[in-house]
Every structure is written in C-alpha cells, then in structure tokens.
Design a protein around this ligand. Structure first.
Ligand code: MTE
Ligand code: MO
Length: 199
C-alpha cells in the first residue's frame, strides 16, 4: 500500500506551499534525540502492547518481519521547524498490531529502548495513521533514525514518532511523555501549529 499525504500531489517536486505553518523544507535528514542511541540485539528485541487490564502481547523481531507490511510515503514535520516531504518507509500498520488486542482504552503511552516516552490518543494510532517501521528509502532503518524499528505517526509533530520503539501501554487515562512533560503540546498537530502547551 502506498499513501500520498496532504500537500504532495503526484510526482512533481514539493514546494514550500506544502508545508504546515512555520515550517521550512529540508532535504537532509537531521538526527534529533534527547540521549544516546541505544543498541538492541535483534535476538533480544521485543515489541510489547500492554492493555489497561495488564494483558500483554509481544512480538519478536522475526515475528514483526513476518507480519504484512505497508510502504507509506509521507511528509514529516519536526517541531524545531524542519519538514521533509514524501519520505518512504516500510513497516507494519498499528491496525495490524492492535487487531488482536482487546482494549477499551482511549490513550497510548509509547515506550522506547533508552527510556523515551510519548503519549497520544489511541485513535491516532488507528485507521492507517501509524506504523512500526524498519526500513527507510529502501534500506534497513539506520540506528541514528530509530533502527531497528521506530514508530511513524506522520500527522503529528515528529517527536511523537518514537525511535527504537519497544512497546505501547494502552491507558484509560492520558499520561504525558518525555517532551509533553517538558512543555511541548500534549497533541502536537503541525497544521494547527501545536508546538507548546497552550498553543
Ligand atoms: N526514543 C526517542 N525517540 C525520539 C526522540 C528521542 O529523543 N528519543 N526524539 C524525537 C524527536 S524530537 C524527533 S524530531 C524525531 C527525530 O527523528 P530523526 O532523528 O530520525 O530525525 O525523533 C523523535 N523520536
Ligand atoms: Mo523534534
């Protein structure tokens, strides 16, 4: 499956008109992270969804690769104001991972190797809006960009796309993650320029 997002029509070159307010276009891929790059052996890698009732479903690396994958092409928007248009990825839709999970939760807290967290409403992970991706532009995802696997939630600012993702806690109540606790907006819609608390 291929997704063409808002603002990128067909094969023409993207322009600044495709950008959310306050963003500029970059062709590089900046690396942004709060701490060091954690190293995870693929033998030890797990992705675990824990429900509000405490039930856990976990996937090993071979199990993740064995799931049906998608190839989204999406625009990404960092709160530090760079945007990249039409980036291509490969990974597993959260719809696939959540299909067998029994939950009535409204919120998700995403967890990464290294301790990073970020929160979002569960519905923002559903209906083709989010993936656990392990390839970027046809190559294995580099560890600097979150490999072996990262979350990709391109309709929100890129801090929601947790690198080195290891799981999601489904929660009845919202709990702010790392940047959300430090004054960044709880939701982070780039088209509404929700950068900081109160925007
Ligand atoms: N685990 C983890 N994920 C993270 C971060 C982080 O510090 N740790 N930073 C976030 C921020 S602020 C951004 S802009 C993007 C940057 O992704 P990139 O380094 O691949 O450009 O990762 C997000 N995911
Ligand atoms: Mo960011």
């Amino acid at each position: 499956m291929s997704i063409v997002t808002r603002g990128f029509r067909g094969r023409r070159e993207p322009t600044a008109a495709d950008l959310p307010p306050g963003q500029y276009l970059t062709r590089d891929f900046p690396v942004l992270q709060a701490g060091p790059t954690p190293s995870v052996r693929l033998d030890d890698w797990r992705f675990t969804i824990r429900t509000e009732a405490g039930a856990e479903q976990a996937w090993t690396w071979p199990q993740l690769l064995g799931l049906p994958s998608e190839k989204p092409t999406v625009d990404i928007h960092c709160v530090t104001k760079w945007s990249k248009l039409a980036t291509s990825w490969q990974g597993v839709s959260l719809d696939t991972l959540l299909a067998a999970v029994d939950t009535a939760a409204d919120y998700a807290l995403v967890r990464s190797y290294g301790g990073y967290t970020t929160n979002l409403p569960l519905e923002d992970l559903l209906d083709g809006k989010a993936w656990v991706v392990y390839r970027y532009e046809g190559e294995d995802l580099p560890s600097a960009h979150g490999g072996p696997a990262r979350l990709l939630v391109p309709h929100l600012y890129f801090w929601k796309s947790a690198k080195w993702v290891t799981g999601i806690d489904l929660r009845t109540e919202d709990e702010p993650g790392f940047w959300e606790t430090l004054g960044y907006h709880n939701y982070g819609d780039p088209w509404r320029e929700q950068r900081y608390t109160g925007d």
